[in-house]
Design a protein around this ligand. Structure first.
Ligand code: GLN
Length: 474
């Protein structure tokens, strides 16, 4: 096995035992990027110098026989909406083509303190809007399992980089499924934490009441390690909270576990082959001793509609700051208004423009009550559905996506078809709950992800359950 294929846990062990150095590990990852990324297109920026410099520091520490932390010296890729000081951060948008981040996001500050090696910034749908990474202004990313197919989105670059061993792990962001769906399409683990568990400071905002940063890794244990490193209250994000900072192994027994299957998620439109893989995976939990119970989340059918009102409303407010004056691209004009209009017309791609317009419309006088307020009420009902279901079960299991990775170009001209691929991930963001996608089988050569949803702040439990599945099936 080459070094770039290792998990965090394996790499840490190897570094501690001096089987290899952090420099060698980083070189192996950089080598793989050079070899493979021409075909995959996972990276927008490779920070080779920064990475080698950081690796060197770690090697000096190891030489001096100092203790190293679990992420120390281990190469990570970061979605290009998360700020790394002095490194370009584009959100895959022309409007930020040459934007250099002036400071570190809180998660990056934590990474640097932990001695992580940042190897680069990964591709995404522009401003994280999309489900295929085809909306990037700087080219598409391809699925490592089939180069004719999308890697999912919007964190498609991060998921593809992990799957192609072009990093050991990565960070993504998830507003309506953008960590879990690409993890599912690329056959890796992707965790969306509980809203508030991880600071959003330094994450370019898409829809602030839904956005969360989370890990994309090769194993559930690795996801736990990364979550522990990035979570916690941050004075710079008032929605972040402290919750048991040190992770204990959650004390559940698989034999006592009650797993809920929501009937609204096993419906027409779910690819029968995907359904078969998911049902088979769930039956393995039954073999491990868990009890499977049908539950109902009755407002599921309204989730996508509510999301596509609330999210664009927040998008239209958040993206107002890109005006040609404060950041990035600035088109010339005869007056201030013309500068704004030309910059935004030429700087934003069609998907952000569509959502800004939808959002501005939904928030405008007269429509606010009819659309926005109604969507917010629906959001409350969706959250209550989960609260009710969790009175009966410990976790809920569903598919992540109704289909395996689709073909490049298949949905890009039909926004509604693209939006429908988020049907199983969006409700969880609306509820604020944590959920993980784990690889649970394949349709042909294409990986399928199983979604395990937990109660708020139950990340340990869902990751332990994910790990139990990995152990059982390996
Ligand atoms: N695919 C969804 C969208 O287009 C989710 C995006 C995300 O989670 N950032 O809005």
């Amino acid at each position: 096995m080459s070094l770039n294929q290792l998990t965090i846990q394996q790499a840490h062990k190897g570094l501690k035992n001096k089987d290899f150095s952090a420099g060698e590990l980083t070189e192996a990852v950089l080598e793989q990027i050079k070899k493979r990324d021409k075909d995959i297109g996972a990276y927008l920026t490779v920070t080779e110098d920064l990475a080698l410099e950081q690796a060197k520091k770690v090697d000096e520490k190891i030489k001096k026989r100092e203790e190293i932390g679990v992420l120390e010296g281990i190469p990570v890729a970061v979605k290009d909406v998360i700020l790394v000081e002095d490194v370009k951060c584009t959100a895959a948008s022309k409007i930020l083509e040459n934007h250099i981040a002036p400071y570190d996001a809180t998660v990056i500050k934590k990474f640097k303190k932990a001695g992580a090696v940042i190897v680069g910034k990964t591709n995404l749908d522009e401003f994280a809007m999309g489900s295929s990474t085809e909306n990037s202004a700087f080219g598409i990313t391809r699925n490592p399992h089939d180069l004719e197919r999308v890697p999912g989105g919007s964190s498609g670059g991060s998921a593809a980089a992990v799957a192609a061993n072009e990093c050991i792990y990565a960070l993504g962001s998830d507003t309506g499924g953008s960590i879990r769906q690409p993890a599912s399409f690329c056959g890796v683990v992707g965790l969306k934490p509980t809203y508030g568990r991880v600071s959003r400071y330094g994450l370019m905002a898409m829809a602030s009441s839904l956005d969360q940063i989370g890990p994309i890794t090769k194993t559930a244990k690795d996801a736990k390690i990364v979550l522990e490193a990035i979570s916690g209250k941050d004075g710079l994000d008032s929605t972040s909270v402290e919750f048991k900072n040190k992770f204990q192994v959650s004390s559940f027994k698989l034999q006592d576990l009650k797993i809920g299957l929501p009937k609204e998620y096993f419906i027409k439109g779910l690819d029968p082959e995907v359904e078969e893989v998911i049902k088979k995976a769930i039956s393995k939990f039954e073999k491990m001793g868990a009890e499977i119970i049908e539950v109902s989340l009755p407002h599921t059918e309204y989730a996508l509609a509510a999301y596509y009102i609330i999210m664009p409303a927040e998008v239209s407010a958040n993206l107002a700051r890109y005006d040609g004056i404060k950041y990035g691209l600035s088109e010339k004009g005869d007056n201030l208004l013309e500068v704004y209009l030309k910059t935004r017309q030429h700087g934003f791609g069609s998907e952000p423009q569509r959502r800004i317009m939808l959002g501005a419309y939904a928030l405008s006088a007269g429509y606010y009550e009819a659309y926005y307020l109604k969507a917010q009420k629906m959001r409350t009902l969706i959250k209550k559905d989960f609260d009710e279901a969790f009175k009966k079960v410990d976790v809920i299991m569903t598919p992540v996506s109704p289909t395996p990775a689709f073909k490049i170009g298949e949905k890009i001209d039909d926004p509604l078809q693209m939006y429908l691929s988020d049907i199983f991930t969006v409700p969880i963001n609306l509820a604020g709950a944590p959920a993980v996608s784990i690889p649970c089988g394949k349709v042909g050569q294409l990986p399928i992800g199983l979604q395990i949803i937990g109660k708020h702040f139950d990340e340990e439990k869902i990751l332990d359950i994910a790990q139990a599945y990995e152990d059982f099936t390996s």
